[in-house]
Design a protein. Structure first.
Ligand SMILES: [Fe+2]
Length: 480
């Protein structure tokens, strides 16, 4: 839609008169942060003048059009002194925003330079370890790793005798990890790459201080809290909560492609839209950090998965399947920064709060998984550390750490240092991860080919998601 075409015939003089004389409208014109209020005020002015806007006009259409019109009047000397001052203030705010936006992109390394040299820069700046796969994995499959006898004792009764939400799963015993049996312990502040000497494949990448802007990391943590409070957990037998975000492939018995339906109760529509937008923005931002900092070996793995299967990206406006790019917005300082025409995240992911899992493996449709710990308030002895048993590696937990690993390798997270009976533990460990269903590509293909899909019952969404993401693909108790 051309910039000024949203305004009906004969409305320009009405808008000029209002902007020249109405101080509240001038205030809105000067304030870059009040776009929605400005659009509402313009709609009001035109409604009073009985020249209503077409229903198709969006807020951004209206703002673009009114500013284009105002600047046109300014050039032609038709604006009042006060309106001129408002337009000058708006331009100053725009310059400041653009400058802050460029600084943010540079500090987060979301620039062409970082993307083009990600492999080179990463290998040059972090320690590279070469570590052979263990013949006998440690920690072994099917145990809950603990860093101390105290944590073991806190959880043992609960694990052995507590209620079982899903009786199909066996009970897995806790075990205190003997660090002498590990091959590598990665301290909480070390970034590194681990390679397999036989295959030369990347086994693990750890990057500390992954998000440069502290306030954005804190905001991500708030978004995770809301997600874990409002969506159904897909792993009731594990500690804490883990919830699915993005698209779902439905239950195995009733495959159906749809946006995840896992809300705990009915929420106001505006709240749901905001939660969904924020959750997708967290993953879009994380994905953009990954594609600009991780080696091509890992990013290509995700691209291959998405391109081979023509999968849609994680976009709340999910009816438009053709767009691989889109927009997302983050609060940076006291402003909302919007990122236009950028890559959006892969279609499925999880957010987790205080989540730990016994040592296990997973089959996923891509070789690598990437996670980010957004928040952790414990010390080294408080658990929540990540183990790759296949190589005898312990990654000490710390906030703002990115971990890329192969979920087919035996892995798990140690039990946290709080009592399972404590409803409000002092310990907080939150993170996000890209986790995809092995069935998503097939269900998507069926959806695209208009093959009749089963009816999905939203109340069963948590069970669906659990089966979909891990179900039979997650193995705790088989021989490695
Ligand atoms: Fe896992």
């Amino acid at each position: 839609m051309p910039a000024t075409s949203v305004f009906p015939h004969g409305s320009h003089s009405v808008l000029l008169h209002a902007a020249n004389t109405d101080p509240s409208l001038q205030e809105l014109i000067a304030d870059l942060k009040k776009g929605a209020d400005l659009a509402r005020a313009i709609r009001g002015v035109l409604a009073v003048a009985e020249k209503p806007l077409p229903e198709s006009a969006t807020d951004s259409n209206i703002i673009r059009a009114i500013m284009s019109l105002m600047w046109n009047f300014e050039i032609n000397g038709k604006t009042s002194r006060k309106l001129n001052a408002a337009l000058v203030n708006r331009r100053k705010a725009q310059h400041a925003y653009r400058s802050a936006h460029r600084d943010f992109l540079a500090s987060e390394k979301i620039t062409r330079y970082w993307r083009n040299s990600a492999d080179e820069v990463l290998y040059a700046n972090v320690t590279t370890y070469s570590l052979p796969k263990l013949k006998k994995p440690y920690p072994p499959r099917g145990i809950w790793a603990c860093e101390s006898q105290e944590i073991n004792d806190l959880w043992e009764d609960h694990i052995r005798f507590g209620p079982q939400p899903d009786k199909r799963h066996k009970r897995y015993p806790p075990m205190v990890v003997d660090e002498r049996n590990l091959s590598l312990i990665i301290p909480h502040d070390e970034s590194c790459i681990v390679l397999d000497p036989k295959t030369n494949e990347i086994v693990l990448i750890v990057i500390r201080n992954f998000v440069a802007t502290r306030s954005v990391l804190e905001w991500m943590s708030e978004v995770i809290s809301v997600a874990c409070d409002t969506r159904k957990c897909i792993r009731m037998e594990d500690t804490g909560s883990i919830v699915q975000i993005g698209f779902s492939a439905g239950a195995r018995s009733q495959p159906n492609f749809h946006w995840v339906r896992n809300l705990l109760k009915k929420f106001p529509k505006d709240d749901i839209e905001k939660y969904t937008k924020d959750q997708c923005a967290v993953f879009a931002f994380f994905w953009n950090l990954l594609v600009h900092q991780l080696p091509s070996e890992i990013i290509s793995d995700f691209y291959d998965f998405m391109n081979k299967n023509l999968l849609p990206v994680m976009n709340p406006d999910w009816v438009d399947f053709t767009k691989k790019k889109g927009s997302y917005a983050l609060p940076v300082g006291d402003q909302i920064h919007t990122f236009h025409d950028v890559e959006l995240a892969p279609p499925q992911a999880v957010m987790a709060h205080n989540y730990s899992r016994a040592m296990h493996t997973e089959s996923q449709p891509h070789k690598y998984s990437c996670s980010l710990t957004a928040k952790r308030n414990g010390s080294a002895t408080d658990g929540g550390h990540f183990y790759i048993g296949a190589y005898g590696i312990k990654v000490c937990a710390s906030a703002n750490s990115m971990i890329a690993w192969q979920p087919q390798h035996l892995h798990g997270t140690s039990l946290p240092n709080f009592s399972p009976s404590d409803p409000n533990p002092w310990y907080i460990h939150q993170g996000i991860s890209f986790v995809s269903s092995p069935r998503i590509a097939g269900v998507w293909k069926a959806y695209m080919n208009k093959i009749p899909a089963g009816q999905v019952i939203s109340d069963a969404a948590a069970k669906e998601a659990a089966e979909e993401l891990w179900g039979e693909h997650s193995k705790l108790d088989e021989r490695f």
